[in-house]
Write a protein of this length. Sequence first.
Length: 187
Amino acid sequence: MKKKKKIKPVYLVLFAIFLVYLSVQVESKASSLKNEYPKPYHSVVREMSEKYNVDENLIYAIMRQESKYKSDAVSKADARGLLQITEPTFDWLKMKMNDSETVYDDLFDPSINIRYGAYFLSLLRNEFEQTATQLAGYNAGLNITKTWLSDDQYSKDGKSLLVIPYPETKTYVKIVLENYKIYEEIY
């Protein structure tokens, strides 16, 4: 009969210390990521996410890329606010929402910008099945994305984009999907 080796108490103590160290490291990394990937304007984002059935982490992933959470952001194309909505897109969304009150400068108000952005995402979600295609539509435009889907050099099934011909949009989709994955992991 073989004699069982006993684990020395010192090894158990060292193992316990190692586990505590690992736990602290994991918690520290999660805390650091939450600082880099915050959830500002959370009550508004949650409300609009629920109202328009859009994943709030996707809204934040876009917000991070579009404006770095700055409500007064303005792009070279004069897109405005947290979710960077251009004037032609705003006018189209305003008409679809039957909103006669809101003006373009109101997009600097986080609650209005998030409402318009979440509504736009809901329209894109209804139009396109895949998140990557929705993001292409958000960046390049709904009609341009539909055109790409109907061209077999960009899409074989009319639903997913194998190739995104605009380099800016291709990069945008990649970055926002990475942001989205991180938001999903830490929240």
